[in-house]
Design a protein around this ligand. Structure first.
Ligand code: HEM
Length: 316
């Protein structure tokens, strides 16, 4: 993931501007990018191959737990034979792409969620009260509860807005001359969307630095007049994030389950007061909260029992 974060940063290497430089031999002075890319390519290939090979071995041995890989492998003819088919190669690349593009982006949002909960006990209490009323203490939340959990959904939208995962989107190069609002954009221009600025647009988000799920609600229901951060944090147009629905589902399930079963709080200082968390983010195409401390406690023996029960159901 560090390789992606570095390689996607625009303007770092001259070869981006002059693609013919890629034909330079790696020992050539200034061709450091070639020496680096050799190491990077092997890291990326390991990411693609190692988890796949482990999972396929488990599928062949009949011990794999359900996953994208097991679903895709159902369509691969004669999986037990050990012969690598074209379908398997495609399935391997799909899972690697989903993992590479989906894991750290979702992780960064979840880290921001923990940061937000540790810094905003009121929002956390309201979400937990909603979960207690709708889900109760006999079971974990499911997707069927989603419609009845507007505060939890607003809280997720606020996490996406408050700390956008890709604050400058992903760089794009224009493929032809263009004109936008009187600005001429020549073919080949690298354009960067200021997602961070959109997330701070006070027309939609007054007091933008505050973490406030309420801004997405009106009379306890989703407010259609407030711009949904999903409209910009996942990019736009043809290259919009194809995993956004997957991310949306994962974030709901993770957030609702964590809020239902755990309480997150800031650590206490020597006087017993909660420490104010700075909430700084790292630089890079994908941005993460800088490491911070938080106390994470079970909401009770009922919560622990529910989590253990659900883990044993999928054999983990
Ligand atoms: C909170 C979670 C996520 C965020 C914020 C996010 C955000 C983004 C953004 C900003 C882009 C670039 C769009 C552009 O080029 O303008 C992107 C691309 C992409 N995302 Fe996501 N993403 C998330 C989760 C996921 C997940 C879970 C998957 C897969 C399961 C995924 C798969 C992809 C892929 C394959 C691309 C490249 C698409 C292309 O270049 O055509 N993403 N994502």
């Amino acid at each position: 993931m560090a390789v992606f974060n570095h390689a996607l940063f625009p303007g770092e290497y001259l070869a981006e501007k002059f693609p013919s430089l890629r034909f330079l031999p790696s020992w050539f002075p200034g061709a450091k990018f070639k020496r680096k890319s050799k190491v990077w390519v092997s890291a990326v290939h390991r990411l693609r191959d190692v988890p796949w090979e482990r999972t396929v071995a488990k599928i062949r041995g009949g011990t794999a737990i359900p996953s994208i890989a097991t679903s895709l492998m159902k369509d691969v003819p004669d999986v037990k034979s050990g012969e690598v088919t074209e379908e398997e190669v495609a399935a391997k690349k799909v899972t690697a792409t989903a993992y590479a593009a989906g894991a750290d982006t979702t992780l960064s949002t979840m880290q921001s969620f923990f940061l937000a909960m540790a810094s905003n006990p009121d929002a956390q209490r309201k979400a937990q009260a909603e979960l207690d009323a709708v889900v109760g203490r006999q079971r974990l939340p499911t997707f069927a509860d989603r419609e009845s959990l507007p505060y939890v959904c607003a809280l997720i939208s606020e996490c996406l807005r408050w700390r956008p995962v890709a604050p400058l989107g992903f760089p794009h190069r224009s493929t032809e001359d263009d004109c936008f609002r009187g600005y001429f954009i020549p073919k080949g221009t690298v354009t960067i969307a200021n997602v961070w600025a959109y997330s701070r647009d006070t027309r939609y988000y007054p007091d933008p630095e505050a973490f406030s799920p309420e801004r997405f609600l009106k009379d306890g229901k989703p407010n259609p007049d407030v711009l949904d951060p999903a409209a910009f944090v996942f990019g736009y147009g043809r290259r919009i994030c194809p995993g956004r629905h997957f991310a949306d589902a994962s974030l709901f399930m993770l957030t609702a389950t964590v809020l239902h079963t755990l309480t997150i709080s800031a650590p206490l200082d020597a006087h017993g007061h909660p420490v104010k968390l700075e909430g700084k983010m790292t630089a890079g195409v994908i941005s993460y909260p800088e490491p911070f401390e938080a106390d994470i406690k079970s909401r009770g023996s009922w919560a622990e029992a529910l989590v253990r029960e659900s883990c044993s159901a999928v054999n983990v």
